[in-house]
Design a binder for this molecule. Sequence first.
Ligand code: SDX
Length: 452
Amino acid sequence: MDTKTPAAKVKSSTSKDGNHGARESCTVTDNATGQSVELPLLSGTLGPKVVDIRRLYADLGHFTFDPGYTATGSCESKITYIDGDKGELFYRGYPIEELAEHSDFMEAAYLLLNGELPTAGQKKKFERDITMHTMVHEQLIAFFRGFRRDAHPMAVMCGVVGALSAFYHDSTDINDPQQRVIASHRLIAKMPTIAAMAYKYSVGQPFVYPRNDLKYAENFLHMMFAVPAEEYKINPVLARAMDLIFILHADHEQNASTSTVRLAGSSGANPFACIAAGIASLWGPSHGGANEAVLKMLMQIGDKSRVPEFVERAKDKNDNFRLMGFGHRVYKNYDPRAAVLRKSCHAVLDELGVRDEPLLDLAMELERIALHDPYFVEKKLYPNVDFYSGIILRAMGFPMSMFTVLFAIARTVGWVAQWNEMIEDPNAKIGRPRQLYTGKALRHYLPVTKRG
Ligand code: SDX
């Protein structure tokens, strides 16, 4: 590749192609051989153009190299758009702030799955469809008995959700659109039920069945916190906060867990197995596990007076401590979801009569100091969605170990929407990246008697 002159020269277009706008291209030249290849430059509705490198290996004999996919588009999608520099997030074109203020999780789920906001009738039918799948097969209960009571609920989620494919053979044919719809509804509907069961099992309380008269978030809170010994009263403020948290976490472009679901699905694996793979990926502390890690970090810091010490540690290359809940691969501005959650924190704490939450004060002090520190400013490290969510969830009564489970409940909508989009994409093929091999060249077997 010509490193002296810009490798990508954009030539003016002469005609429009399919759905990618004007036909533009760039030329890549191998300076060693002088060989060049012209590659199409594709434009989307929003965001950077992409260099279509599908001919690169065939025409120039080289692969591209991009560990972590920092500058690589893995697919075409119409679902979610993020502008990291502006701190913008759109679900099917609607800004997350507007959906957070005016919508609810079931409506946002319909939007992500179908591409348009539902009519009143469509929404009512969708909610009914989901409600009618909230119970799980009674035999699934047996799976919980196999876990230790102190198992991390994300381990339980990985196992039990993956096992759903053993129960719902009538919705595993991914080539049948009707079966894809049923599998999608089953997954969205049953995640809260399984999540609540994982929590109840961990605290030794009886499982609580879903109720068809409750909305999605209300039903989840009921299954989580109701006990047979007394009536559970839904707190509408907490139910609204739960619904809001679900909206904010529903989808986020091609993040690690969504890419995991797409890659698993690209082999034709059934949707239950794909979502279980997504849950496993989300569990990592660099991804969905960060909300739990943030609270542990705040507890470790303990007091505002120690914030500068930990900010310095986060800047020290020799210290593997990182400010959890800070930084993002795409956002180089404030994560719009964090801004909504920051406001919601106060509403929930006020509703719960929590006048003084030291962890919130600590988080806001940490944010204040970090956002004025040259290291964080220069690297454009801002609070992300995980920075405030844990404080709200803890105030709502969730144990830290359940935080990422809640993230998984919400993100199941995005995973399912992205999985369906991939299956329906006529250009979809099995994902199979290549590599830069730096291991040993050809050599031959030596008997042990001849080895050094
Ligand atoms: C989510 O992809 C998504 O969309 C994810 C998500 C979604 O909705 O699906 O938004 C959800 O996963 C949010 C992110 C939650 N994770 C955390 O909060 C963990 C802490 N943050 C990071 O570890 C980190 O910021 C990542 C993983 C989020 C992003 O990592 P990148 O893009 O690979 O960036 P990087 O690790 O290369 O960091 C760039 C620089 C580095 O310094 P240099 O090597 O260039 O000198 O910034 C530094 C890093 O050391 N850095 C941090 C930091 N995050 C990055 N330094 C201190 N504290 C941090 N939190």
